[in-house]
Each structure stands twice: as C-alpha cells, then as structure tokens.
Design a protein around this ligand. Structure first.
Ligand code: SF4
Ligand code: SF4
Length: 377
C-alpha cells in the first residue's frame, strides 16, 4: 500500500467518525447550524452563462475577517463549513482558512471549478486538512455555456485520484447543457472509473427553482443516481430529485437561515445562494433566537427548490421529529418500479439506534454507548 493510500484510508475512517458525530449532534439538538456556506471571494476565473454567483473584479475577503467568521460559526455550533465563491482557489490564503475550520472541530468542504488545481495545490490542501472537495464538471467539451469540461479538467481529476487524501466528489449539473444531455452521465462514469464519487444537481433559475428537464435529461439524472452507490451517500435516495425530474412539487419544510446558513462576502447571513437578501443579518449579530426563528419560517420557494444540500439538512429535523415515519417516507423499501431499495448504511445505523422496528435487547444501552463514543452525550 502506498503512503498516500495509507494516509487516505486513515483519514477516511476518521472523517467517517466525525460525520457520524455531526449526524448524531443534528439529531440531538435543533438549535445549531448543521451546514454553513462561506463565500471566500466573489471573483471567478470563469464565466458560466447560467451562474449569478460571481464577478470578475472582487478582491478576496480578508483572511483575518474569514478566520473571525469561522470562529463565530463555531460558537453557534456549526458542524460543516463549505468554502465557496466565486472560485475559492483564487483566495491566496485558503489553506489557513481550512486549517481554522479543522481547528474548530468542523468538517471542511471546498467547492471549486478545479481550473487552478496543481499537484502542489492538492498537497497543500491535504496538509491543511480538507475533508471533502466538490468539483463541478458541466460538459464533455467546453461550449458557450460553460468551460468546466471533462476535456479540460480530466488531467486535474487524474491528479486528484492520485494525490488527494480528502474525499473527491465530481458534481455535474443536469440541464446545464441543452445540446448534450448525455454529458452529465459521461462525467459521472469517468468519476467512477477514477475511483472518485459523483453527484448530480439540477439546473435552477435565479430563485433556486426547477427549470423543466427534457426526457433525455431525466434519464441521465436517474442513471447517475443509480451509479452513485455509497455506504454514506444520500444522493441515490434523493426523494426530492425523484419528484422534481417529473416536474412534481415536493412537500418539505425548509430550515434555511437556521440549520443552513449562507454567509456572503460582506459577512451577512442569507437563507441560501438562491435566496440572498433574507434575512441578511450580519453574522456577528446572529443569535440562537435567529436560528430558531428562521428554522420555523415557512418559505414560499420550497415546492420546486433544487438546493439539495439544504434539503438533506432539513432531513435531520424530520427524522428527529418523527423518526419512523420520516425514514419510511424518505427511504421506502421499494423503488418506483417496485424494485427492492436498501437505504445507505448510515441511515440503517440511525434506524437501528433511533427508530428500531422492534425492541432490541440492550437497545438503550447501545444507543447510549454510541452517543458516548461520538461525544454527544
Ligand atoms: S465556475 Fe462556478 S462560480 Fe464560476 S462562473 Fe462557473 S458556476 Fe459560477
Ligand atoms: S426552499 Fe430554502 S433552500 Fe430552497 S431556495 Fe428557498 S430558501 Fe433556498
């Protein structure tokens, strides 16, 4: 086993432990943010035509200010921080920010277009303690809509497969390319060929709502979800996506502003990238009361929302409120064509611990012991 593989394996197990702890904390308490997106620079080196999250002139957010924002989020009890942009690799001291996230015991995630990755930068991210990278690839060949193509990024993906000690997930946006709906599937297959994981999002409009998908796009999305087998992945079991690809609304309660925070470059808290301007309170003034109030606020944009990370976060509260019903609804035993569906391992463990179908001898003892091991007792 090479040194990189060994370090990767050790880090994977430790990360899994910390992820399990994050889930246990989310199920235990409703009054801390599970996930925060933090913009480190609004500037991007690309200009995808569907994107409204970038400019080509902003300066990076000052490092001291970012470190302060990480500390404030840690004080609120945040368990995952995703550094985003614009293009976060344009920030000259990104590694210092990642290190602070890890020092505060928080899972560190990075969203990038990957253009600026080099072997040296990957190794610096390893050393900083990055937990997970999500790299977006939109098409096979660059086109007028997006330059984030497999053709340009394939070398970067090979470097990641060889050198990254963090988890790498290739994200393709179904519907981003109208001319080549099969591209998203080609990208997901390449990710799996390289031993990386893949996820798929659905292109959304400026308010975060679904744009109608063609039948070809629908087929591509379903096939990618079938490919995305993972012990801990919720992607394959994404009930919101299943409805949305068919143009059907979802019924769920969005807890953005409470369980999910989006911190813009000016340090204001927003619901999500698509609903900026609400509540737009400075992070340094944000309190537990704000978290609790915004978690309860009903948002009119929920039925056709495509912001899957916020939906996954809301899942924890659904499970906490009514574990058995939520798990049965979200992870039905049979798929749409009647096929047997097995939920991800993490969900099965949660089911056994928090919503057992029958009383298990010593169940309370094991639940208590699990919470102790995860240090959430
Ligand atoms: S790379 Fe990302 S941030 Fe930059 S323009 Fe494209 S979608 Fe927007
Ligand atoms: S439902 Fe929530 S996550 Fe979705 S767009 Fe609205 S505020 Fe954002």
């Amino acid at each position: 086993m090479s040194k990189v593989s060994l370090r990767r394996a050790v880090k994977r197990w430790y990360r899994t432990y910390r992820e399990a702890r994050m889930v246990a904390l989310a199920l235990r308490s409703p009054s801390h943010p599970v996930l925060a997106h933090v913009v480190v620079t609004r500037r991007c080196n690309l200009a995808c035509t569907y994107c409204n999250e970038f400019d080509d002139f902003s300066q990076p957010v000052a490092t001291d200010e970012l470190l302060h924002r990480i500390d404030l989020l840690a004080k609120l009890g945040t368990t995952i921080i995703t550094l985003t942009g614009g293009e976060p690799l344009l920030h000259p001291e990104l590694e210092a920010v990642i290190r602070r996230v890890r020092d505060r015991g928080i899972l560190a995630v990075l969203v990038t277009n990957g253009y600026l990755l080099t072997v040296d930068r990957i190794q610096r991210l390893n050393r900083a303690g990055l937990d997970r990278m999500q790299i977006s690839v939109d098409n096979v060949q660059p086109d007028a809509t997006s330059k984030k193509s497999l053709k340009v990024l394939d070398q970067k993906l090979r470097w990641l497969a060889q050198f990254a000690e963090f988890q790498v997930s290739i994200h393709s946006v179904v519907g981003a390319s109208n001319d080549h709906p099969e591209d998203a599937l080609t990208i997901a297959r390449r990710a799996h060929e390289l031993g990386l994981t893949s996820t798929a999002g659905i292109v959304h409009d400026d308010s975060g709502s679904l744009r109608p998908l063609s039948p070809e796009h629908q087929r591509a999305l379903e096939e990618i979800e079938r490919l995305s087998h993972s012990r801990f992945s919720f992607v394959q079991h994404n009930p919101w996506s299943r409805n949305l690809v068919r143009g059907l609304p979802n019924q769920w309660h969005c807890t953005a502003g409470g369980r999910h925070l989006y911190i813009c470059e000016d340090g204001l808290v927003h619901y999500c990238l698509a609903q900026r301007g609400h509540p737009a309170i400075p992070l340094h003034q944000y309190t537990r009361e704000d978290i609790e109030r915004e978690s309860k606020t009903v948002k009119s944009c929920t039925p056709y929302c495509t912001i899957f990370c916020v939906q996954r976060v809301a899942l924890f509260d659904q499970i906490r409120a009514n574990p058995r019903q939520a798990l049965a609804q979200l992870f039905p035993a049979a798929g749409p064509e009647g096929q047997k569906v097995s939920p991800p391992g993490a969900v099965r463990i949660l089911q056994a611990l928090f919503a057992p179908s029958r009383a298990v001898p010593g169940g309370r003892f094991f639940r208590k012991a699990a919470l102790r091991i995860l240090k959430v007792d």
